[in-house]
Design a protein around this ligand. Structure first.
Ligand code: SF4
Length: 307
């Protein structure tokens, strides 16, 4: 009985989080996330996004002149320490770091990477990350750093919040049940997973799948920003409120962000529900499909035929 109540509470907390209620953990009940042992992902994919015969659409080369890769400075990696630094939980309103949009973190690149140079440029970012200890998530039980997956020249990029248990184990983003649903969403758009680029705001799993703390997201963002500047997608889909918050530098409910275009690093940004949220609340699948149709129209994609 206690287990059932805990499960219901946990589902409700996740639901609120996906709707953009951010500060529940911080202000509501100290240690709540640990007590709840938060997990995600537990349902079947929605019928309208289920695996269907996919129409292959070749990715289009965006690039033009061969560009000199843009070099960005990355702060020196601090010495590894044995004990995780404590994360301050009780911030006053003025102490909570405000999200800064990716566009305001650094100037937009002046050159575009040629497609042939993108894999090496992304590898260089991965090498910069190394066995990263730049934020507290390095000491929070992560197994693998989850860099990204997909086509370095993709026209379409998906950005989620952070790795879950399956992703942490495999070192790849979106490979659990939510990942299966994302694959189905991509398939319904007439694409294959290999034709898009998938990454997260943070590259290490937050303990108990909690929302990344601002200091973690702000620290890790430098790498995602560089990845976006290399891939230079035409469209980015922010999956869930955490991705939207950090990409766009705004703190709004998904309802206020969905259904219109935003901008990030020269790409158009659409905001939709995180697949893990859709697994918890399948009633929103139709709404998510509307968001994806907006993206398809922009990219000239046709929905996969139903099989
Ligand atoms: S989340 Fe990002 S910044 Fe933090 S330790 Fe992992 S790779 Fe480094």
């Amino acid at each position: 009985m206690a287990g059932e109540a805990e499960q219901q509470l946990r589902a409700y907390v996740d639901y609120l989080r996906d709707l953009g209620v951010y500060d529940l953990y911080r202000r509501g009940a100290p240690g709540l996330e640990a007590d709840l042992g938060l997990t995600s992902e537990a349902a079947e994919p929605p019928p309208e996004m289920s695996a269907a015969p996919r129409v292959a659409v070749s990715s289009v080369e965006i690039s033009q002149p061969v560009a000199t890769p843009v070099t960005r400075s990355v702060s020196a990696r601090p010495q590894a320490i044995d004990v995780a630094p404590p994360i301050k939980k009780d911030f006053s309103e003025s102490e909570i770091p405000k999200p800064i949009s990716f566009d305001n973190l650094t100037p937009l690149p002046e050159v575009r990477f040629a497609a042939a140079h993108k894999p090496a440029a992304l590898n260089a970012i991965r090498e910069d990350i190394g066995d990263c200890t730049r934020c507290p998530l390095a000491y929070a039980g992560r197994r693998k750093i989850v860099f990204a997956d997909g086509d370095p020249s993709a026209r379409l990029m998906f950005v989620g919040e952070g790795p879950g248990a399956d992703e942490d184990a495999q070192g790849l983003p979106f490979v659990g049940k939510a990942g299966q649903l994302l694959n189905n969403m991509i398939g319904a758009m007439g694409l294959k997973r290999e034709q898009v680029y998938i990454a997260n705001i943070v590259k290490c799993r937050p303990p108990a799948n909690r929302v990344p703390e601002p200091v973690e997201a702000n620290t890790c963002s430098q790498f995602l920003l560089r990845q976006i500047d290399v891939v230079q997608p035409q469209v980015i889909v922010a999956l869930g409120s955490t991705a939207a918050t950090y990409l766009l530098g705004v703190k709004q409910s998904l309802a206020g962000l969905r259904g219109k275009w935003h901008s990030c690093r020269g790409a158009k940004v659409a905001v939709t529900y995180h697949p893990a949220f859709l697994l918890r609340d399948p009633r929103q699948k139709g709404e998510a499909w509307k968001d994806l149709q907006m993206v398809m129209k922009e990219l000239g994609l046709k929905a996969a035929a139903k099989g």
